[in-house]
Design a protein around this ligand. Structure first.
Ligand code: TYM
Length: 333
C-alpha cells in the first residue's frame, strides 16, 4: 500500500475545456501528480443531469480525455466515470446519508434548475452533489483540487462522510480537504461579475483549444469597466486580466503592468495585448501536444479503458466494505 496521500478530482464532459477549468483546477492536477497518488475522472454521469444529446456526450467525453492528456494528465491517472459503475451504486447508498434540506440548498442546483430551456428539472440534477461525494469518497481521497465554485459540494461530501461514519460506528471514510490554486475563480471576460463558465454561453469562456484569432478577439473585447467600481479601486474586469497573467506564470509581465497601473498610466489595450499573447502562446503549446495525442485515437481509447479498469478495482473494494458496514447482502466479484 502506498504511503502517499491521495488526490482526486473530476471534470464534466459538457463541451470545451476553458481557462477557468485550467487555471482553477487542471493546472494544479498536473503538478500534484508528482507528489501524490492522483486520480482524475471525466464524469459523464454528471453530464446527463442537464438536457443533453447522447451522440454529443460520447464525442465530448473522448475529446475531454484528449484535452486532459494534452494538458499533462497521465494515462494511468485518468478514468471515465461510466466505466466504474460503483460510483452510481455508492451514490444510492449515500442518498440515505445526505440531508434533503442541505442538498436542496446547493447554489449550483438553484442556478442550474433556473436555466433549463424547457423548465424540466431532473432528479439527477438535484442528486448531483451526492454522486460527487461518491466520486470522492470511493477513493478515500485526502485532497480534492477544485475551483472556488465547488466549495459547497465539498462541505456536503464531508457531512455525508461524517454521518456515514457515525451511523456505522467506524471512522471509515477520510474527510477530504479542498485544495485551491492561487486563482480559484477566473471570471468571464465578457461579464466579470460572473465566473468563466460554459453554462453561461459561448462568450463567457475562453476555450483552451480554440484558434488564435478567437482568443485575441475575446480578450480584446474584455469588459474593463462596468462603471460600478468605486473610485480608486481596480475594476473586476481589470483584476481578472491581471489574474490571468498571474495564473499563466507571466510574473514579469504582471509586475510591469501592475507598476504602470499604480503609476496611473495603465493602457487597457496594452494589458489586453499582453494577456492575449500569453494565452495564445500557452494554447499553441497545448494544441501541439494534442495533435500528437489524437494521431492515434484508438490507442488512447484502449489505454483509458485499461486505466479505468485498474482504477475500478479500488472502487470495488470500497463498495464491498461499504455494503458490509451498511448491512447489505454482498459477494466479492
Ligand atoms: P466542472 O466540470 O464545472 O469544472 C471542472 C473544474 O474546473 C473548475 N472551474 C473553475 N475554476 C476557477 N474559475 C472558474 N471560472 C472555473 N470554472 C470551473 C471547477 O471548480 C472544477 O474544479 N462538480 C464538478 C465536477 C465533479 C467533481 C467531482 C469535482 C464531479 N465529481 C468530484 C471534484 C471531485 C464540476 O462541475 O466541475
Amino acid at each position: 500500500m502506498s504511503e502517499r496521500k491521495s488526490v482526486l478530482s473530476c471534470i464534466q464532459p459538457t463541451g470545451d475545456i476553458h481557462y477557468g477549468n485550467y487555471f482553477g483546477a487542471v493546472k494544479n492536477w498536473v503538478q500534484l501528480q508528482e507528489k501524490y497518488d492522483t486520480l482524475y475522472g471525466v464524469v459523464n454521469y454528471h453530464a446527463m443531469t442537464m438536457p443533453y444529446n447522447p451522440k454529443k456526450l460520447i464525442e465530448n467525453t473522448w475529446e475531454l480525455v484528449y484535452n486532459l492528456l494534452a494538458l499533462g494528465i497521465e494515462y494511468d491517472n485518468l478514468f471515465i466515470q461510466s466505466l466504474i459503475p460503483e460510483h452510481a451504486e455508492l451514490c444510492w447508498v449515500f442518498n440515505n446519508f445526505a440531508s434533503f434540506g442541505r442538498v436542496e440548498n446547493m447554489t449550483q442546483f438553484k442556478d442550474k434548475s433556473q436555466s433549463t430551456s424547457d423548465g424540466f428539472i431532473s432528479v439527477g440534477l438535484y442528486d448531483y452533489p451526492v454522486l460527487q461525494a461518491a466520486d470522492i469518497l470511493i477513493y478515500k481521497a485526502h485532497y480534492v483540487p477544485v475551483g472556488e465554485d465547488q466549495r459547497q459540494h465539498l462541505e456536503l461530501t464531508r457531512e455525508i462522510a461524517n454521518r456515514f461514519n457515525n451511523q456505522v460506528g467506524k471512522e471509515y471514510f477520510v474527510l477530504p480537504e479542498t485544495l485551491h490554486t492561487a486563482t480559484p475563480k477566473i471570471r468571464s471576460t465578457a461579464d466579470p461579475t460572473r465566473k468563466m463558465s460554459k453554462s453561461a454561453g459561448e462568450k463567457h469562456y475562453i476555450s483552451i483549444f480554440s484558434d488564435e484569432n478567437r482568443i485575441r478577439k475575446q480578450i480584446r473585447s474584455a469588459v474593463t469597466d462596468t462603471g460600478e467600481t468605486p473610485e480608486g479601486q481596480m475594476s473586476e474586469g481589470v483584476a481578472n486580466l491581471f489574474e490571468l497573467l498571474k495564473a499563466a506564470d507571466a510574473q514579469d509581465v504582471y509586475d510591469h503592468f501592475m507598476s504602470t497601473y499604480k503609476a496611473g498610466s495603465l493602457r487597457y489595450s496594452e494589458l489586453k495585448d499582453a494577456v492575449a499573447d500569453t494565452l495564445v502562446a500557452l494554447s499553441a503549446q497545448f494544441s501541439e501536444k494534442k495533435a500528437e495525442i489524437i494521431s492515434d485515437k484508438r490507442e488512447v481509447k484502449y489505454r483509458i479503458k485499461q486505466s479505468s479498469s485498474e482504477i475500478r478495482k479500488i472502487a470495488q473494494k470500497t463498495l464491498f466494505e461499504v455494503k458490509e458496514l451498511c448491512g447489505l447482502i454482498n459477494v466479492k466479484y
